[in-house]
Structure formats: C-alpha cells, structure tokens
Design a protein around this ligand. Structure first.
Ligand code: SAM
Length: 298
C-alpha cells in the first residue's frame, strides 16, 4: 500500500538492478572507483549509489542500487583477469587494471555519439508508410523524430509535457518549424498519461531519448500500450545501459531501460516480445502491442 502511494506520488524507491548491461557498466566503473582508493564490496555499492545521485533530479528512484550478487560476480571476474586484487576485505587496482582503465578512456574519444545512427535504425525498422498510417512521437521536444517521420509520409502528432526547464518552450518552437515545412505534422503540449485517457489511437508510437526522462516509466508504457491500436508498433531509441552508454552520457544512461529490462517489462504490459538493436551508444527497441492483450491501468 505504502509502495503504491509512493509510486503514485513519483517517490518510488530504487530497485536493485543487475543483468548483463549493469555488469558491463560495473566492470568499467569498479576500476574507476578503485583507481581513487581501495574499497570493500559494501562500500563500492554505497559509492555507486552516491555517485548516481544526480539521477534523482529526473526520477526519485533513479540512483543506482546495484545487485550485491552482480557486484560480487564482477569483482570475481576482474580479480581472475588480474585487474584487481584483494587485501583484507578491501579491493585494490593492479597495474594491469590501471592500463585497462586508460584503454577504456581512450575508446571514449574514438567513437562519437550515435543519435543520428539510432534514428536511421528506428526509421528503417518502421519500413514505409502506408496511406493514412498515424504516428505519435512521445516526448518529441523540438520534433527530432516527428519531422523525419513526416518526411517519410507518416501523419505525425508530436507531444511533450514541457516538464523540464529546457523543454518548456520546445513545443512552441516545433510548431513554428512545422508552419514552414508544410508536412503532416502537428504538436501538442500534453503528457503521455493525459493523452492516454482520451480516445486517441495510433498505428505507431515512437520515442527518442525520452524514456529515461519519464518520472514513472511503467505508467508511461501502460499509456503507450493504450495509445496503440491492437497490433500497432512501439519503437523507442534511448541511451544504451552499459559501457558505451556511460562513456558518452554518464549517469543519465542508467536512467534508461536495459535490454533485459525491456524484455521483462514489455510482455508484462500488453506487448509482444521486443527486438533490441544496439546502435553505438543507443539502444533501439521495437515491440508490437498484442492483438488480444490487456494494457496496464492508466
Ligand atoms: C531529452 S528530451 C528528448 C527530445 C527529443 N525527442 C529528442 O530526441 O531530441 C525528453 C523530452 O521528454 C519530455 N517528457 C518527459 N516526460 C514526459 C511525459 N510524461 N509525457 C510527454 N513528454 C515528456 C520532456 O519534456 C523532454 O522534452
């Protein structure tokens, strides 16, 4: 009951996170922490929570609470590779660990961010518009995806709640651009949850770099399910949870949903099994709304 009330007020507690994506991030970030000083496993978990605190600005539950089991697995793996060693109950970085860390830092400069690449992947997964097909772009901002979709022939509605200082004026500027482009694109200031209680429904719902900004991601997915026609397709591009995501986007990448979390969350919420595609430091996810499935409550 208390948990339900906290969620309703956007105060959900952090949940433990694990799985391959989080372990990939930990294999890097444990080296970063141990480069500063030795840590026990328990203090490493606390440090991760403290360092990710800025994520609370977006979502109160956004700090990283790494699963103790996954952290233990990563420590064992790094130790087997000779990158860290144990002294009493504390872990320290070895010379090879320091070299590995430098190599990670250099790889960061080598690869640029892949937003355009991810958008190309998302558009290719949509295929070609058939006459009359409608698309909703959730968290459209200034219409990054909406305009590209209108160019491909889709009828597009871009919505944005204007939730952040930087996004308050986004819809206004998207509307001004739309006047000069003359495509089939319209913009509205509203949240996805508010739109879902209307009778609106779409062939596609897309979203770019916005899922990680949602205060309540589960509620947002339930709303998206309701806004899709049965059999309609949801496509999402957002930061990759893992090493490349972290090297390019820092702690914000951990506000996004990892591929293993998508695979668990979507079938529970009225979608078919999703397919996930890595595009550099982004993840592109595609899932159809089940024909007879139930969406969660709005
Ligand atoms: C990082 S911006 C991404 C903008 C754009 N899609 C892009 O790729 O450049 C995320 C946007 O999501 C919007 N947003 C956050 N929560 C929302 C919600 N519940 N419903 C609709 N939009 C939301 C924010 O206002 C913000 O403009």
């Amino acid at each position: 009951m208390r948990r339900h009330r906290e969620r309703a007020m956007g105060r959900a507690r952090p949940e433990q996170r694990g799985g391959p994506s989080i372990r990939e991030f930990l294999r890097y970030y444990v080296l970063v922490l141990l480069d500063e000083k030795p840590f026990s496993a328990r203090n490493l978990r606390r440090a991760l929570r403290r360092r990710s605190r800025e994520n609370q600005q977006f979502r109160p539950s956004g700090v990283l609470l790494a699963s103790a089991r996954d952290l233990r697995l990563v420590l064992q793996q790094l130790s087997r590779q000779g990158l860290i060693e144990q002294s009493g109950d504390e872990w320290c970085l070895t010379g090879s660990g320091r070299e590995r860390l430098r190599a990670y830092e250099e790889s960061k400069d080598a690869n640029g961010t892949g937003k355009e690449r991810a958008a190309r992947k998302l558009l290719s997964l949509m295929g070609t518009a058939r006459p009359g097909e409608s698309t909703l772009d959730v968290g459209t901002g200034e219409g990054f995806l909406a305009f590209q979709l209108a160019d491909k022939g889709y009828r597009v509605l871009g919505i944005d709640s204007g939730s952040f200082d930087y996004s308050k004026e986004s819809i206004q500027s998207a509307r001004s651009k739309a006047q000069s482009c003359g495509g089939q694109v319209e913009f509205r200031k509203t949240s996805v949850a508010d739109l879902a209680v209307t009778r609106a429904s779409f062939d596609y719902v897309v979203t770019s770099q916005a899922m990680h900004c949602m205060k309540d991601q589960r509620q947002c997915l339930d709303a998206i399910c309701r806004l899709l026609k049965p059999g309609g397709t949801f496509l999402c591009m957002d930061f990759l949870v893992g090493l490349e995501g972290f090297l390019h986007h820092g702690w914000h990448c951990l506000l996004a949903i990892s591929r293993e979390e998508w695979r668990r969350l979507l079938p529970q919420r009225g979608f078919e099994e999703p397919d996930c595609h890595k595009a550099g430091d982004y993840l592109v996810v595609r899932a159809r709304r089940q024909l007879n499935g139930q969406c969660g409550p709005c």
